[in-house]
Design a binder for this molecule. Structure first.
Ligand code: GRF
Length: 374
């Protein structure tokens, strides 16, 4: 779907051979609005094929700050390509598009928004000159920009939108009066996620799921979100030893949570360990559920280990997340007797029944406790 520079450069040569013109423009194109749509239609009319070069997510963060982009590069490309005016999308990692312009060699280079011919840096002007490209500055649609749209959200939203990093980390800020926003993070089936959705739908839990995030692409937990039109995101965990999340993955997760203005993070079968500043940022606002009576059997294979230890009972523990593995303050435990003939699977299934009942209740309790602090 996203084209490579090589493919677009080849396309440029084909158009050139036919005496047709390739138009190039570049930008972030986050949260597409009518200003973008009109601008792109105008750019397309300047030639025979419109290529849009979009900034990669990392450079958007550098340009626009944490919490941006709202949509990652693949999503922005998919949205742009759905427009009649856009023929190809490429992604470029730098803040400026100079290298991309050099590789594509457009016949027409279009810029819009608040650009003036003077906004082009010397290097770009010179390059476009050498290429013999026509430079066109297109009109701006009054008052339409992604930043303006984000700023004009309701005052309550804006208050919530303040980056958690800016909060006084010694005392978590009060929760908003509207339904608190949850993020559910998981790596698997998502039966707990489904139980949380059910509790919300049946008004047993006053909250909204703002985001479901997984380190595993195409995993069922993401389907629970998609079915309900809730943003479902895969974040590449990177390739660090022992299944640890890379710093880049942790940063992306934190940025996503901030962008979604999440009040409480709910881990539900998330097979990765959260660490770093994120833990402080959401202190007392990250819950986990574990299939054992902690402190017994933390970590992996808890059901199998309970059976191997000959325990008479097991259960589940809902706890706050700290820097350790399943070591945070315990909020609730539900006991489940172990039966003779139990297998890890049969025990897990019975524990999960308890989990599905308890997790939404504890989430509601924790939200009330956080609200009480306000
Ligand atoms: C749950 O049993 C939970 O205890 C453990 O992972 C499992 C996740 O199951 N941490 P699901 O994805 O919610 O179905």
């Amino acid at each position: 779907m996203i084209s490579t520079l090589k493919e677009v450069s080849r396309l440029r040569n084909e158009l050139d051979a036919r005496g047709e013109k390739l138009v190039l423009t570049n930008g972030v194109f986050d949260l597409l609005h009518v200003g973008h749509v009109r601008y792109l239609a105008e750019a397309r009319r300047l030639g025979d094929c419109l290529v849009v070069a979009i900034n990669a997510d990392e450079s958007v963060r550098e340009l626009k700050g944490p919490g941006r982009p709202v949509h990652n590069a693949e999503e922005r490309a998919e949205i742009l390509l759905a427009l009649e005016s856009v023929d190809r999308v490429v992604v470029f990692p730098e803040k400026r598009a100079t290298r991309t312009i050099a590789a594509i060699r457009p016949h027409v280079y279009a810029k819009g928004g608040d650009y003036t011919p003077d906004s082009l840096i010397d290097e770009e002007k010179q390059l476009l000159d050498e290429l013999g490209a026509e430079v066109r500055i297109l009109s701006l649609v009054e008052g339409k920009s992604t930043s303006a749209i984000l700023q004009s959200r309701s005052s309550e939203d804006s208050a919530n939108a303040a980056a958690p990093a800016a909060r006084d980390s010694s005392s978590p800020s009060p929760l908003p009066r509207s339904s608190p926003r949850l993020a559910v993070l998981g790596s698997g089936q998502g039966s707990n996620c489904a139980a949380i959705f059910a509790a919300i739908e049946e008004s047993r839990l006053d909250a909204e799921v703002a985001l479901v995030l997984s380190d595993v692409p195409g995993t069922p937990i993401l389907d629970h979100a998609r079915k309900r039109n809730v943003p479902a995101l895969h974040v590449d965990p990177g390739t660090q030893k022992g299944g640890r999340l890379t710093d880049a993955a942790l940063k992306e997760i934190a940025d996503r949570l901030r962008a979604a203005r999440v009040d409480l993070i709910v881990l539900a079968g998330f097979m990765r360990i959260l660490r770093g500043p994120l833990l402080e940022e959401w202190r007392d606002r990250i819950l986990n559920i574990h299939p054992s009576l902690l402190p017994k059997h933390p970590g992996l294979h808890a059901c199998r280990r309970a059976l191997e230890a000959g325990d008479p009972e097991s259960g589940c523990t809902i706890h706050l997340v700290d820097a350790g593995v399943d070591t945070g303050r315990i909020l609730r435990q539900e006991r489940v007797p172990i039966r003779s003939g139990d297998t890890p699977e049969s025990l897990q299934a019975r524990i999960q029944e308890a989990e599905h009942r308890a997790y939404p209740e504890v989430i509601a309790e924790q939200l009330r406790a956080l609200k009480g602090r306000g």
